[in-house]
Design a protein around this ligand. Structure first.
Ligand SMILES: O=C1O[C@H](COP(=O)(O)O)[C@@H](O)[C@H](O)[C@H]1O
Length: 509
């Protein structure tokens, strides 16, 4: 196993006291992601002094909240002693979050630096921040926010302006847990630490890029949120465009939050739907009843809380262009969906064919690619090599290396940066707005029914023909099964699973 890169903390663990005030502490997000995420952070940095205050309308008591905090911290990996230490100091304050005097009391209860986390629906977050604007907040107060950041470019801008009236942009942390995935930071290391890769990271050598996040999970009881969002807003507008921005950005000089945000914004400003044609380059589909790994999955339209008439898509695919000197002419295909047969979370970089193959060689020398698996972190190179036996007969072998596993959950990583007042992993206001601008023509085309809502069976690979043959073949191949030497056994397995991969010359609509 070859370790390519580990994610290094940008700051050393500190023992400053930080109050983590969770607005909406009774909700699903707090229990499912935030507290376990904090637990995973405390597993690595148990010396942190984090004071958790939960606030909500729900009738919880200090005691019941402490027990919830303790359980969830342990679930995230914190030791029993650390969980006891943090949960023992946790407090629950029942509050109407739109009442200024209740907010004043919550703020007064804070010790040390204050982080206010909005685990609330966006409309409520907007109202609460309007109330916070009227209050005196302690110096260094930071706001943590969950997506969606608005529902279009205009509302995102309005929300950003509202938040910036509470604290400066340098204290606003828009959380995208994909930016906490170590693999994304590893992507920067992989590209910029390797002489081999740096010169080829452009349209001269790269023919197409796909960023795929197919999930084998279905709705998981989230109709209330998801049926109003759909795959395009839920995943492409946010997470996948963030990954694209990091992948495609110009060289970065240091892991400076401002510089990273500037470079990401530069990419996103140049990004738009391929040919400005959402009818051809935006696709949507919805799952029907099926089964995934032996588990029966009802049709999306029959899921509890879904309004079938809304036409919400559970799979979306968008081809975009980055119209700049580096990427002109290279299609970036973004795709994500639910209830697919296999979880596939990859960035695939397809390299162009060599201009000339020495006369005399035969066999498969096309389809060279780099595959970055996001979960678990892994990088594979599909390369043409001389075959065993007849050395003139080329074939493709896959060389795979594990990326270092994250020390903590993605939420743990973004919380670490938030608690440490480091904006490296947060989404800046302008990039949040730009992401809405990029997808707006596709959203409009979906709403006006100019893009047909296709169907796919839960447990399938999605509608046929969306991805090119080479992409389907890579998806069917477990890149991790190959090894660095490309032994005959591994190669045979790869070959059996994969038809000869020929690059499609179309943008992959
Ligand atoms: O933000 C979201 O992300 C998850 C996928 O992320 P993962 O880290 O849980 O794999 C997605 O299922 C969800 O719909 C979306 O809101």
């Amino acid at each position: 196993m070859l370790t390519l890169m580990t994610t290094k903390p940008t700051t050393k663990p500190t023992v400053k006291t930080v109050t983590f005030l969770i607005l909406g502490a009774g909700g699903d997000l707090t229990q499912r992601l935030l507290l376990p995420g904090l637990g995973s952070l405390l597993a690595v940095e148990p010396e942190r002094d984090v004071r958790v205050i939960g606030a909500d309308r729900a009738d919880l008591t200090d005691a019941s909240f402490r027990s919830l905090v303790g359980d969830r911290l342990k679930q995230g990996g914190a030791s029993a002693a650390t969980a006891r230490k943090v949960s023992g100091k946790a407090r629950y304050i029942k509050a109407d979050l739109l009442d200024p005097s209740a907010l004043t009391d919550l703020i007064a209860a804070a010790e040390g630096e204050l982080v206010i986390y909005f685990a609330l629906p966006p409309a409520i977050s907007m109202k609460v921040s309007a109330e916070l604007e009227k209050l005196d907040l302690p110096a260094k107060t930071r706001l943590g926010l969950e997506k969606p950041f608005g529902s279009d470019q205009t509302s995102a801008r309005r929300f950003n302006k509202q938040l910036q009236r509470v604290v400066g942009e340098d204290r606003i942390f828009r959380v995208d847990h994909f930016l906490g995935v170590s693999t994304v930071l590893n992507l920067i290391g992989l590209r910029f630490a390797n002489r081999l890769l740096q010169p080829v990271w452009n349209s001269e050598h790269i023919e197409r890029v796909e960023i795929i996040y197919d999930e084998d999970l279905a709705l998981e009881g989230r109709a209330g949120y998801y049926d109003n969002a759909g795959a395009l807003r839920d995943m492409l507008q946010s997470h996948l465009l963030q990954i694209l921005a990091i992948f495609a950005m110009e060289p970065i000089a240091s892991l400076d939050p401002q510089e990273l945000a500037d470079l990401k914004a530069q990419v996103l400003r140049a990004t738009s739907i391929w040919d400005g044609d959402p009818q051809t380059y935006a696709k949507r589909a919805r799952y029907t009843a099926g089964s995934i790994a032996g588990r029966a999955v009802p049709s999306y339209a029959k899921e509890k809380g879904v309004d079938p008439a809304r036409g919400t898509e559970t799979l979306a695919q968008l081809t975009v262009q980055v119209a700049n000197n580096r990427w002109s002419g290279v299609p970036f295909v973004l795709r994500s969906g639910k209830a697919l047969g296999a979880a596939r979370k990859q960035i695939i970089v397809y390299f162009r064919d060599v201009p000339h193959l020495p006369v005399g060689f035969v066999g498969d020398h096309t389809g060279d690619a780099m595959i970055i698996d996001l979960k678990p972190g892994r990088v594979s190179f599909k390369l043409s090599m001389n075959a065993e036996g007849d050395p003139l007969d080329l074939e493709q072998k896959t060389l795979t290396a594990e990326l270092a596993n994250a020390q903590m959950t993605a939420y743990g990583e973004v919380l670490r940066y938030l608690l440490d007042d480091n904006q490296l992993l947060s989404v800046r206001a302008d990039t949040a707005e730009l992401c809405w601008k990029i997808v707006a023509p596709a959203i409009k085309a979906f709403e006006e029914d100019r893009v047909p809502l296709q169907r796919y069976k839960a447990g399938s690979d999605g509608p046929a023909g969306w991805l090119s043959a080479d992409s389907v073949a890579i998806g069917a191949t477990d890149t991790g099964a190959s090894d660095l030497t490309g032994s005959r056994g591994a190669r045979d397995k790869t070959k059996a699973a994969r038809p000869v991969a020929k690059l499609a010359k179309s943008p992959g609509a």
